[in-house]
Design a protein around this ligand. Structure first.
Ligand code: HEC
Length: 193
């Protein structure tokens, strides 16, 4: 499933699969019904259990940019003239593969505000959060977003450099004091000769 997309499913349902037992449903189901069944197929992958775990991760880490409902509509921040990715945008989602979204979460998206979550979330947690994010496109999915925002745990910095952390700053400060002390003792030693 992770390397599939909804457009491919929709087309297989519409046209059938040549050389296989899969018949075409283009004449038997309306276009809406074919999209509904496509959405339903995804729920076997984005199962309630994983998506439920993903929801907790999402609401703790991702809502500050992507919004409670996945469309970022209530977020006023715009990053480089762009909003964070809208998981309810059906035409964008129809061509996405879950594996591509997973890679974006793992590595971040270069040149945008989207941080890398590799060191914050385990591989399993990253898949669960993607399963939950995937459900935003299905308006009847059983796990609904929470009504009240959950406090964010903070956003991993895009390029957290060791010396920009409090511990790093302390190390630099202590090193400077020690260097000054050594210099002072050295000068004192020279003066006393
Ligand atoms: C600091 C803001 C911010 C946070 C926090 C954030 N994102 Fe993003 N995210 C962005 C922006 C901005 C983009 C748009 C990048 C682009 O242009 O495609 C993005 C893009 C993405 C994409 C790529 C969609 C695509 O294929 O183009 C995924 C998937 C994603 N975010 C998931 C998440 C998840 C899951 C979390 C929480 C674990 C999260 N994001 C947290 C800002 C954020």
């Amino acid at each position: 499933m992770i390397n599939e997309n909804s457009t491919a499913f929709f087309l297989s349902i519409t046209n059938g699969r040549k050389g296989t037992a899969m018949p075409p449903f283009g004449n038997r189901l309306s276009e809406n019904q074919r999209w509904d069944v496509t959405a339903y197929i995804w729920t076997f992958w984005a199962d309630q259990d994983s998506a439920g775990k993903g929801k907790l991760i999402y609401e703790r880490n991702c809502t500050s940019c992507h919004g409670m409902k996945g469309d970022g509509a209530e977020i006023s921040i715009v990053f480089n003239g762009k909003r964070a990715f809208d998981f309810t945008n059906l035409s964008a989602m129809a061509n996405e593969h879950p594996s591509e979204l997973f890679d974006s979460v793992t590595d971040g998206v270069t040149g945008t505000a989207m941080p890398s979550w590799k060191s914050e979330l385990s591989e399993n947690e990253r898949w669960n959060v993607i399963k939950y994010a995937w459900t935003f496109q299905f308006k009847d999915y059983a796990i609904a977003p929470s009504q009240t925002p959950i406090p964010s745990t903070g956003i991993p910095s895009k390029n957290s450099i060791w010396y920009s952390t409090p511990a790093g700053a302390a190390i630099i400060l202590i090193s400077l004091i020690m260097a000054a002390g050594i210099l002072y003792l050295f000068r004192k030693g020279v003066d006393e000769r």
